[in-house]
Ligand binder design. Structure first.
Ligand SMILES: C[S@@+](CC[C@H](N)C(=O)[O-])C[C@H]1O[C@@H](n2cnc3c(N)ncnc32)[C@H](O)[C@@H]1O
Length: 308
C-alpha cells in the first residue's frame, strides 16, 4: 500500500492495516461511512481501489474533519499554505512550532493543524483537560517536506473529490444515515486509557452507549465493521464487544510492537475486527487462515482475496 497518499500524520491511523481490513468490505458498496474517521486511512485506501460509489467522512474533532474537507476540495490552497508555513520554521523551528500551536489553539484553523500534526512528536495528538492541543514538537525532524505533502494532498483530492460528504458530529448522528447497501467502518477511541477520557483524542466514547448503537444497527440490518479491542501476547486491551450483538470476531496480526522488541520480547499485537451479522451474511463462509481468538466461539470468513 506504499503508493496510497496520506497527508495527515495521526496516531492510531489504520494505514498499515488498511489492506487487511479492506478484505472484509463487500463489493458494490453504495457509501462507505467512517464515523470516527481520524486521518481517514480506510476511506482513502478504499477509494484507491474504487470500492464504493460515495464516501462519508466524519470526526467529532472539527478542525480534523474540516482539514480533510479542505484537502479534498481545495488541494492547491491547502498545499501552498503548508509550504509557506513549513518554510517559515527555518530560524527557530521549535519556537515557530509553539507559536503555530498557540495560534491553532486560539483560531482552530485546520490548515495550522496540518502543520502541527506533521511537526509534533510521532504525529501523536494530545489534548489537555481544556481541549487545547498540547503535544511537543519533534526536535529531530522538521515535518513532511512540502513537495511530499503536496503530492499526498493532490492524491487524496483526486480520489475523493465530488464523491465525499464531510461532517463533524457525534457518531450516532452519522449512523442514522446508513442504508442497507452502505458499509460503516468504525474505529472509535481506545477505551480505558485515562479513566473516561482519553487525552490522545478529542473525545472518548462510552462502551455501553456504543453497544446500544451497534444493536440498533443490527436491528436495521446495516453492514458494519468495528476495530475495537486488541491483545499483545496474553495481555488484552479494551473490552470485548458482547456476544449478544452476534458479531463475527477476527484477530488481525498488527505486527510486533517496538516496545516489546526493545524489551527483547517476541510479542505480536493482534487487533480485533468485528463484523456485523448483515455483513457476515454477504461474505463467503470459507475458513480463512486468520488467527483464531480463544475467548469466543465464532466462524471465520474468507475475505475477498482479490484485494490481497
Ligand atoms: C482511533 S481514532 C480513528 C483513527 C482512524 N481510523 C485513522 O485511520 O486515522 C478515533 C477518532 O474518533 C474521534 N471521535 C471521538 N469521539 C467521537 C464521537 N463521539 N463521534 C465521532 N468521532 C469521535 C476522535 O477525534 C478520533 O479522531
Amino acid at each position: 500500500m506504499a503508493s496510497i497518499p496520506h497527508p495527515i500524520q495521526y496516531q492510531g491511523s489504520k494505514r498499515n492495516l488498511a489492506h487487511v481490513i479492506l478484505r472484509y468490505i463487500p463489493k458494490n458498496v453504495d457509501c462507505l461511512i467512517e464515523p470516527f474517521a481520524g486521518s481517514a486511512a480506510i476511506t482513502i485506501a478504499a477509494a484507491a481501489r474504487q470500492m464504493a460509489k460515495t464516501y462519508l467522512i466524519n470526526d467529532l474533532n472539527r478542525p480534523l474533519a474540516e482539514l480533510l474537507r479542505l484537502i479534498v476540495q481545495f488541494p492547491i490552497d491547502t498545499a501552498s499554505f503548508y509550504e509557506k508555513l513549513w518554510n517559515e520554521q527555518h530560524g527557530d523551528s521549535i519556537e515557530h512550532y509553539y507559536r503555530t500551536r498557540a495560534e491553532f489553539n486560539s483560531t482552530q484553523d485546520p490548515r495550522l493543524f496540518l502543520y502541527v500534526l506533521a511537526r509534533c512528536v510521532k504525529g501523536s495528538v494530545r489534548y489537555n483537560a481544556d481541549g487545547m492541543f498540547n503535544q511537543s514538537p519533534d526536535k529531530r525532524r522538521h515535518g513532511t517536506l512540502p513537495q511530499t505533502m503536496r503530492s499526498n494532498i493532490y492524491g487524496v483530492s483526486t480520489l475523493l473529490n465530488n464523491k465525499t460528504e464531510f461532517s463533524s458530529v457525534d457518531f450516532r448522528e452519522v449512523l442514522v444515515k446508513a442504508k442497507k447497501n452502505d458499509l460503516v467502518y468504525m474505529d472509535p477511541p481506545y477505551q480505558g486509557v485515562c479513566g473516561d477520557r482519553d487525552s490522545r483524542y478529542f473525545s472518548g466514547i462510552d462502551h455501553e452507549e456504543f453497544v446500544i448503537a451497534l444493536a440498533e444497527l443490527n436491528r436495521r440490518e446495516i453492514s458494519y465493521i468495528v476495530s475495537y479491542d486488541g491483545r499483545r501476547g496474553e495481555k488484552t486491551f479494551g473490552m470485548l464487544l458482547p456476544e449478544s450483538l452476534e458479531l463475527t470476531r477476527v484477530e488481525l496480526d498488527a505486527g510486533r510492537s517496538s516496545q516489546a522488541t526493545l524489551l527483547g520480547r517476541d510479542e505480536v499485537t493482534y487487533e480485533s475486527l468485528y463484523l456485523s451479522p448483515s455483513l457476515s451474511a454477504k461474505l463467503n463462509h470459507i475458513p480463512a487462515d486468520y488467527h483464531q481468538p480463544k475467548m469466543q466461539q465464532y466462524s471465520l470468513l474468507e475475505p475477498h482475496t482479490e484485494y490481497a
